[in-house]
Ligand binder design. Structure first.
Ligand SMILES: Nc1ncnc2c1ncn2[C@@H]1O[C@H](COP(=O)(O)OP(=O)(O)OP(=O)(O)O)[C@@H](O)[C@H]1O
Length: 222
């Protein structure tokens, strides 16, 4: 469903963080990407999420090379992919209420009419009850905000979910709950998963296949 071919990317063309890397995520499959802190996992995850344009190489979505990049890839392709980042406080607009954070992608794609029903459905799925939907980020815990970010990542019914250290700052029970939400969604929808992190035990339990950072230097077998 998604293939990265010989991708080179980073923040300075003269010293790229990611060099010539390949990774394949099969339709419905799950891949855990392991690597030490600072090696470039998040950078590669952002390329895979079509949020960061590589300097070289190809990103192929459903057999079609992604084209028309500016900083991001075109929205029509990006909406096939849901992303959860490590730090919910950096990825959620502090001015919005939790319900609006969850519904943001619907409104941004002209599907605001579905916002109310989808928000209620997903809030229930991720375990956000009571008055939490009406609060702003500074009025909820990190774990509650990350639950909202998982709901937001699912709201457009993505066919690929990228979880970049989604549980790094969470306790064991919230980690288990959110992995459960992702897996329940995948079981129902057939969506694929790229989970990025440095917790080998978690990723090996969660994903059908795990790859460690140095092994990505050669293109993955197709
Ligand atoms: N926006 C940015 N501008 C410049 N350099 C950056 C930027 N984001 C990351 N880097 C640098 O790129 C390198 C890889 O960072 P990246 O976040 O991809 O690593 P990581 O493997 O995900 O790390 P961690 O596990 O600690 O999150 C690091 O040296 C980092 O300092």
């Amino acid at each position: 469903m998604l293939e990265l071919r010989s991708v080179t990317a980073g923040y300075d063309r003269r010293a790229p963080v990611v060099r010539g890397m390949g990774l394949t995520i099969e339709a419905g499959g799950s891949v855990g990407l392991l690597g030490p802190s600072g090696c470039g996992k998040s950078t590669l995850a952002r390329v895979a999420a079509l949020l960061h344009r590589p300097y070289a190489g190809e990103v192929i979505l459903d057999g079609v090379p992604v084209a028309g990049w500016r900083h991001h890839a075109p929205r029509a392709q990006r909406t096939a992919i849901g992303v959860v980042f490590q730090q919910p406080r950096l990825s959620a607009d502090p001015r919005l209420r939790i319900a609006d954070i969850i519904a943001e992608p619907l409104r941004a794609t002209g599907r605001g009419a579905e916002a109310r029903s989808r928000t209620e459905e997903l809030a229930q799925a991720v375990g956000l009850g009571g008055d939490l939907l009406g609060r702003r980020p500074h009025e909820v815990s990190d774990g509650q905000l990350q639950r909202a970010c998982v709901a937001r990542a699912l709201v457009l019914r993505p066919r690929l979910l990228i979880c970049d250290e989604m549980t790094a700052m969470l306790d064991a029970s919230t980690t288990a709950a959110l992995v459960g939400v992702v897996e329940e969604y995948r079981a129902r929808s057939g969506a694929a998963l790229l989970a990025v992190g440095h917790d080998r035990v978690l990723l090996e339990r969660w994903c059908a296949r795990t790859v460690a950072w140095p092994d990505l230097t050669a293109p993955s077998p197709r």
